[in-house]
Design a binder for this molecule. Structure first.
Ligand code: HEM
Length: 471
């Protein structure tokens, strides 16, 4: 009797589980051909926008992509963007997602103190003293850089802006001492780490596999640590009193009770910040300049506004920056699913262990969100009453403009980024004319060749040459 009852119960349980009306698997994208898994991995590395567009057409707004060993789940559309961005860390983890790239270059204990360190950054960035400092450094570094640039006939735009942004970030976040002693080495380390982190090996192989990029990343991480040890030791030698008056973020963390005991984590924290702060800021400045140069009438209007009112911010420039950040935003966000979860309003269950993603880039290129999405049209951001258009991602309509993210992990550096981008552009365009390095540059350059291999906004593949001339 008992075995029969147990068997009936077991069959019943299996039946209920299998027929569960509220639990469906994520539809999986099927590529073409026997070796489609290789083609998908290649597309993911080389043409991610096309791959995600094809998968959306085949499967709808929720689908999975198997990228070699990594199972990724994609959510498409404004409503799902909002759900994604508001999902808690213990369900879909930002640190778990970023860890796929960053764990090889930061200390294992770092994530345990991440919230504390992030909150100190947010406090620093929101202080008016820090904002004034960022502004002054941005203007000063731009003027110094532009004075050198005007000697060059063919200036690589992304390369030059990237170096400028790096200098501003090192001076502001790390301090004058890092700037004077280690700025050049840090930029080389940053680019070397960026190249290895973006490799497919780093994405698909576990952290403990010692493939060549992983070995190089380990060496880079050790060197960053040495640099920090040396500089922080020097600050101790100089004395707390004089360190206290420094305007940089490191001095702030050393003063803040919650972060003062965490000085050992500073190399990891600043490695993460170099990545978070550098790529997208450099992209934002470079794409704004490219877009202005491709629209000479708009460039004329912006420079006239800046030169006519040297002490004021230019609304038109703000609109150009916003429009460029729409067109050239990051392709993908990453979360690691720490729990199995059924996506609200669907019956689809995302399994634990999946990498869950949305795409800001595809959202910003959706004609339902922005009519004529491929057109660079800054005036779409100016209201009839002459204000900048603001988009509320928390509304019922969902999240449709997310260059700085939204919800739980919205960019904490946004204010600092806005100062760097707007002051760098304003100070350059006020005093310098910008031109293509040669007249045929716009004809021979493929401006649609985007490099999505970085963490953050895309750069232009192969860069582009410009010239700057003092007015
Ligand atoms: C134009 C420049 C920038 C853009 C477009 C940008 C964009 C973003 C985006 C989209 C996110 C959210 C990522 C996600 O939810 O997966 C983010 C997060 C973050 N950003 Fe930025 N960012 C910029 C500049 C900066 C700067 C200058 C800093 C540092 C001073 C910074 C520090 C961070 C940090 C620490 C996070 C993680 C926040 C968290 O974990 O809650 N970013 N950024």
């Amino acid at each position: 009797m008992w075995p029969l009852q147990s068997a009936i119960l077991l069959v019943g349980a299996i039946f209920i589980y299998a027929a569960n009306p509220w639990r469906k698997k994520v539809p999986s994208y099927k590529g073409e051909g026997t070796f489609s898994f290789l083609g998908d991995a290649l597309d993911y590395a080389m043409r991610p926008v096309d791959l995600v567009t094809k998968a959306t057409a085949q499967c709808g707004s929720i689908f999975s992509l198997q990228i070699l060993t990594v199972y990724t789940v994609w959510l498409r559309g404004n409503a799902l963007n909002k759900i994604y961005l508001e999902t808690r860390e213990d369900v879909w983890s930002f640190t778990g997602g970023m860890g796929i790239f960053l764990n090889k270059i930061i200390d294992s204990g770092y994530w345990n103190h991440y919230k504390t360190l992030l909150s100190s950054l947010s406090k620093y960035v929101n202080r008016s003293a820090a904002q004034q400092y960022t502004l002054a450094v941005s203007v000063e570094e731009t003027q110094k850089a532009a004075a050198e640039w005007q000697m060059q006939e063919d200036l690589p735009l992304f390369g030059s802006i990237s170096f400028l942004v790096h200098k501003i970030i090192v001076r502001t976040l790390m301090g004058q001492d890092f700037y004077e002693s280690n700025m050049r080495e840090l930029v080389d380390l940053l680019h070397a780490m960026e190249a290895d982190i973006g490799s497919l090996f780093s994405f698909v192989l576990p952290d403990w596999v010692p493939h060549p990029p992983a070995r190089r990343l380990k060496r880079a991480r050790q060197r960053v640590k040495e640099i920090f040890l040396e500089r922080l030791h020097q600050r101790e030698v100089i004395g707390t009193e004089s360190s206290r008056t420094l305007p940089d973020y490191i001095a702030f963390t050393m003063e803040d009770k919650s972060t003062a005991p965490l000085s050992d984590l500073m190399p990891s924290h600043h490695t993460l910040l170099m990545f978070a702060a550098h790529t997208s800021t450099a992209a934002s400045i470079s794409w704004s300049l490219i877009s202005l140069m491709r629209h000479p009438e708009m460039l004329k209007r912006v420079t006239a506004e800046l030169r006519g009112h040297p002490d004021e911010d230019s609304l038109l420039l703000q609109a150009c920056i916003k429009e460029s950040s729409r067109l050239y935003s990051g392709f993908q966000m990453l979360r690691l699913a720490r729990k199995e979860v059924v996506i609200p309003t669907t019956k689809i269950s995302v399994p634990k262990g999946a990498i869950v993603s949305i795409s800001p880039y595809s959202t910003h290129h959706d004609p339902a969100n922005f009519p004529n999405p491929e057109e660079w049209d800054p005036e779409r951001w100016i209201t009839d009453s002459g204000d900048l258009v603001l988009i509320d991602n928390r509304s019922e309509a969902g999240a449709k403009f997310i260059p700085f993210g939204a919800g739980c992990h919205r960019c904490v550096g946004e204010k600092m980024a806005n100062i760097m981008v707007s002051k760098t552009l304003a100070s350059l365009l006020r005093d310098y004319d910008v031109e293509w390095a040669s007249p045929d540059v716009p004809r021979v350059t493929d401006f649609s060749a985007l490099d999505f291999g970085k963490i953050g906004s895309p750069w232009l593949k192969g860069d582009v040459g410009i010239r700057v001339m003092k007015v």
